[in-house]
Design a protein. Structure first.
Length: 128
């Protein structure tokens, strides 16, 4: 009997808080829904940012390729005359052009002609 009275009085004490518990449960559901929406928005923004960064890296890579092509073109133009001049710098005794009066002038003309030809070719294929 005492236990029954005690249970009854406890239920009477909990009655005013039942409405508050219901209200609190609906508010936590609302907060949970909004937290899920915010999480989805953050994930979408992260994916968008990753895509933008990848596009930026692609643009940078293309620009670097253009720079490397230009450097390679100029290196090719410089390499051919350097090779010809290095052969003449070896001072061979029996070179066909050393006995000729205009041999070195012809070698310089050959270097300029090859350099100009390479320049025109590389300019035509858009490397310079």
């Amino acid at each position: 009997m005492i236990l029954k009275r005690f249970a009854c009085s406890l239920s009477l004490l909990a009655l005013p808080f039942a409405a508050e518990a219901q209200s609190l449960a609906s508010q936590t559901t609302w907060v949970n829904d909004h937290a899920k929406l915010v999480n989805e928005e953050v994930l979408a923004q992260r994916d968008l940012l990753a895509t933008i960064l990848q596009a930026n890296m692609a643009v940078i890579t293309v620009e670097q390729n253009d720079v490397v092509r230009k450097i390679s073109g100029w290196a090719a133009i410089i390499a051919v005359p350097t090779f010809i001049a290095s052969l003449y710098g070896m001072n061979f005794e029996h070179m066909p052009e050393t006995d000729w009066e205009y041999g070195y002038l012809a070698a310089i003309a050959l270097m300029v002609a090859i350099g100009a030809g390479l320049y025109a070719f590389l300019r035509r294929i858009d490397w310079l």
